[in-house]
Design a protein around this ligand. Structure first.
Ligand SMILES: Cc1cc2nc3c(=O)[nH]c(=O)nc-3n(C[C@H](O)[C@H](O)[C@H](O)COP(=O)(O)OP(=O)(O)OC[C@H]3O[C@@H](n4cnc5c(N)ncnc54)[C@H](O)[C@@H]3O)c2cc1C
Length: 432
């Protein structure tokens, strides 16, 4: 394991790994949920936590250059005095790094309208698998040639390591309103989600929580969530005051049309922050009832939310597991939480069987394997569910163009055997 303090030190570490044919794994804060930064065998783990400097904030151009280990929330905090912020806000934003966000193409509650990480990364200085430093993308509005920056974002450390990143900063909106709508059924809440988008309103955030997680969060945080609701929606709109007022009223109307029991609009910033604190504490709240949970991440078309959520409950019940749902409903990004105690004999088999069933149900409903956490190790062997051998081969060729040595995070993303000439190029040693 090594802790470089500059892009040149990353390059030196990768160069040594390359000369000795040792695989290497980039690691940011280690909050990833797909095992992307988990070492398999005995690779060199290159940890970026010491590279946590914000190198430059150009307020006029609304661009920040950062090192990869900068904590996501620190960037927005540092730009606040300029009236700017960094839009992608994973729920882990107090801990996760911008480099890790680039690695996973992270999303977050406020990515519905503003887009996920890829939409906010302008340029990346990358250390390639032979130690060479190169720039992908650029600050100009449109860079010529293929969008290699776009290929790199979300590549989970398999195409090199981001050593410096230029990100777009957005101006803080003049007006922000947050609404809490509660419903007597999940179906009514899900219909409201589709209804809001169909009405031409794209909120900044549109999150859903089902009854079990709503009650648990309320016990934990006291955010003012209704304990008797079957589902709640947390909706945020932002922009110019007149537009925001119209959207608040439109969302309230759509909610009531679909049977919302109450539509509450946070009266001030303190109430708004409390509502969000509830949502962002949801995973932590699980600790009140069980020591472990397995969080899944898959996407389904919004119109299939109701049936897929019902299927998720059936699959969990078949394994005698408790499941809770808190997720980015606006983009159909489900996050079923399977709650358990790892000390129970045989529990892992049941948890994995349920997880597998949930992912398959999402794919069968026209969804995809991951909305934001990535493929990593966790879903590597499920890739053939959505890609045929030709698709996998095309991805392997793209990866090989970045990393012909096969040393960059080799065990991740693509199933074993799908990489060109993998058998002949596999490094010697204990890692395979
Ligand atoms: C409570 C909780 C809530 C979460 N909520 C969200 C959410 O709302 N949205 C979301 O998207 N994710 C969420 N996550 C998952 C996780 O926080 C994100 O995937 C995050 O982007 C990972 O950042 P990290 O710094 O921890 O990266 P790591 O876990 O260290 O690494 C993640 C991947 O990125 C690669 N990587 C790391 N650094 C670099 C680099 N410099 N260059 C190239 N590749 C690199 C790694 O090899 C690995 O494949 C959540 C996690 C937790 C624990």
């Amino acid at each position: 394991m090594c802790f470089p303090e500059s892009i040149e030190e990353i390059s030196a570490a990768v160069g040594i790994a390359c000369r000795h044919r040792v695989p290497f794994v980039a690691r940011g804060s280690g909050t990833g949920l797909a095992g992307g930064a988990t070492p398999v065998g005995d690779p060199l783990v290159i940890v970026t936590t010491r590279m946590n400097r914000i190198l430059e904030i150009d307020a006029a151009d609304r661009v920040a250059w950062v090192e990869p280990g900068v904590c996501n929330l620190d960037l927005s905090r540092s730009a606040r005095h300029l009236g700017l912020h960094y839009a992608p806000d994973p729920s882990s934003q107090q801990a996760c790094s911008i480099g890790g966000n680039v690695g996973t193409n992270a999303g977050g509650p406020h990515c519905l309208r503003d887009g996920v990480t890829s939409a906010h990364v302008l340029a990346v200085d990358v250390v390639l698998a032979d130690g060479v430093i190169t720039r992908l993308g650029g600050l100009a509005p449109d860079t010529p040639g293929y969008d290699l920056r776009g290929c790199f974002v979300g590549s989970e450390g398999t195409m090199g390591i981001a050593g410096r990143i230029a990100v777009r900063l957005l101006p803080d909106p003049p007006a922000v309103r947050t609404l809490l709508l509660d419903f007597a059924s999940v179906a009514a809440a899900a219909a409201t989600v589709s209804g809001i988008i169909a009405a031409g309103i794209v909120p900044a955030a549109l999150e859903m929580m089902d009854a079990p997680i709503t009650r648990l969060v309320e016990d934990f945080v006291g955010a003012g969530y209704p304990r008797d609701a079957e589902a709640v929606l947390l909706v945020e709109v932002s922009g110019l005051p007149e537009g925001v007022a119209a959207e608040v009223s439109g969302i309230g109307q759509v909610g009531r049309d679909h049977g919302a029991r109450h539509v509450r609009v946070a009266a001030d910033d303190a109430e708004r922050e409390l509502l969000w604190k509830g949502r962002k504490s949801a995973f932590g709240a699980i600790a009140r009832i069980a020591p472990d949970y397995y969080l899944h991440d898959a996407v389904v078309p919004r119109t299939r939310l109701v049936e897929v959520l019902a299927r998720v409950r059936e699959i969990a019940a078949a394994q005698d597991l408790l499941v809770m749902n808190v997720f980015h409903a606006g983009d159909g990004n489900l996050h079923p939480l399977l709650v358990f105690d790892a000390r129970e004999p045989g529990i892992w088999e049941r948890v994995h069987a349920a997880g597998n069933g949930i992912v398959r149900a999402c794919v069968e409903a026209g969804g995809v394997l991951s909305g934001e956490h990535g493929i990593g190790l966790e879903k590597r062997d499920l890739m053939p569910l959505v890609f045929d051998p030709d698709d996998l081969d095309a991805q392997a060729r793209l990866r090989d163009a970045f990393d012909p040595s096969g040393l960059a995070n080799p065990e991740k993303v693509l199933p074993r055997g799908s990489r060109c000439g993998e058998a002949t190029r596999a490094p010697e040693g204990t890692w395979v």
